[in-house]
Structure formats: C-alpha cells, structure tokens
Write a protein that binds this ligand. Structure first.
Ligand SMILES: [Zn+2]
Length: 272
C-alpha cells in the first residue's frame, strides 16, 4: 500500500524490543561463523512492516494518511544514512526503514517517535553494502545504543560484545541501528566513519626497522592525527612504534606497534 505522498506504508511488525531478547554472549568461534546470513528463513513479511523512506532527509509528512505523530529522523541517523548512501550508492534499499507503524506504537521500539518527535533507529538493507563495516562503525559511534544483525545483538551496556539475539525477526536482511534516547545522541554531527575519503594504498606491513617513503607517509599521518610529534625521517624506530601503539589503543584494536592493513586503513578512516 502506498500513500498519496508515495510512501509505502505496508504494515507488519519488526520486533526491536531488544531488552527482552538478548541471549548468551557468543563464543569466539561462534562470532566467527555468525556472519554468514542464512536467507532461507528471512521473513519478507516481517521486513515489509516498516514504513519505507526513499530519502533520509525527507521531511516527515504528518497527517491522517500516515496516522503517526509528526516526526523526524534523528540528525545523527540521517547522517549515518547519508554516509551509507555515499559509500554504496547502488545498494538495495528494499529492507530500509525508519519509522514504525501504528502497531509498532504499542511496543517500545526506537522506530517510534519519542517525546522530542525523534525517531532513533534505522534499518539498512544488507544487500549491496558490507554489513559488518556498518556494524563495526556503529559500535564505535558515541551515539549508538545497540545494533542487531543476523541473529546477533551488540549493546552499549554490554560493551558491544556479540550476544545471541532471539527476537522473532532474525535481522538477516537488514542491520538495525538504535541510538541512545537523549538529545545529545540525536543531534550528534560526528561522522560515523563510513563515507570517508580514500586512503593511500597499503604499502605492506611496516614495523620496527622498516624504512622508506611509506614510513614517512605513516609518520606524517600519525602527526596529523595529533599524537606527540614525530620527525618525518622514514625510519621506523621506537618513537614511531610508540605512536602506532597509541593509535591502536585509541582504535581499540590489537596493540602490537606494527602497522598492518587494518591499522593503515583506520589511520585514515577512523573518526577522531
Ligand atoms: Zn529495526
């Protein structure tokens, strides 16, 4: 069903009442295998229950046709969606959603407008994007409260560690991102680190004893990121190693003082 504003209001319900549906924490082995979505039992009926919004910045049409209160998508989530669209312009938007429907209002869902008329959750279709890139970026953002994807939930109050999600909708077709219910989280303009300028090609692993122009590029970038200033001499010595470790601690990745592909990419793409 489509309203005269051209908005699809087909109704069914996704269950995002996450508080009640958190299962055990995943073991390391489980987390490794948890991310191969099994499409066979994804419920398209459940997926269809969201009101779809073709454009994140679309002003919310309020009124009898939609039977919802006036609302707007939280600014931080509008930014997230814009970053997703910038990075993956040709992605599938079929399972996207922002606002809940009338049925949703009976449940405590972040898809319903809150007292500030803010909708604090979005769903993003998993097709045509890298779902785990979105999950990892969301976990690092200070506004994020929880993320659900592929039967796994990551919540702020559990340090964003992976836990089994046992809600009726397994979230195999979309990634759900909820932000905290406060105006600071809603109004945050901080980048999510998804749409970032490109970064220099990874030159191969750099470590103590490496030398050359790639080390100069690394030292320059460490300086740009505000760590205690290094001389840009192309020699990967103890001071460079120290800054790489400091960055790895900041990025919450393994602290080994070696600039491998992950450290290299994050040096350019991780929001400060
Ligand atoms: Zn959702």
């Amino acid at each position: 069903m489509t309203t005269d504003q051209g908005i699809d209001v087909t109704t069914t319900a996704e269950d995002d009442n996450a508080e009640l549906l958190i299962g055990p924490e995943l073991t390391e082995a489980e987390s490794r295998t948890a991310f191969a979505p099994d499409d066979s039992d994804a419920s398209t009926e459940d997926e269809a229950r969201m009101v779809r919004i073709p454009d994140a910045d679309l002003a919310a049409p309020a009124g009898p046709a939609l039977r919802v209160r006036p609302w707007h998508l939280a600014r931080s989530l509008a930014r997230l969606r814009a970053e997703i669209d910038q990075r993956w312009p040709n992605r599938d938007r079929k399972s996207d959603g922002s606002i809940g429907d009338k049925d949703h209002e009976k449940t405590a869902s972040d898809h319903n407008p809150n007292g500030r008329s803010s909708v604090n959750a979005i769903d993003t279709d998993k097709d045509g994007i890298s779902p785990m890139t979105l999950v990892e970026a969301a976990k690092r953002h200070p506004a994020c409260n929880y993320v659900i994807f592929n039967r796994v939930i990551y919540t702020r109050d559990r340090g964003f560690r992976a836990h089994r999600y046992s809600g009726p909708n397994p979230h195999t077709q979309h990634i759900h991102v909820s932000i905290l219910q406060n105006s600071a989280a809603e109004e945050s303009t901080r980048p999510w680190g998804i749409a970032q300028a490109s970064f220099p090609a990874f030159p191969g692993t750099l470590r103590r004893g490496s030398r050359g122009s790639a080390v100069k590029t690394l030292q320059t970038r460490l300086n740009e990121r505000g760590f205690p200033r290094l001389g840009v001499d192309g020699e990967f010595g103890p001071a460079t190693e120290d800054r790489v470790k400091a960055f790895q601690r900041f990025a919450k990745i393994a602290v080994d003082g070696i600039a491998g592909p992950v450290t290299w990419r994050l040096l350019w793409t991780l929001p400060r």
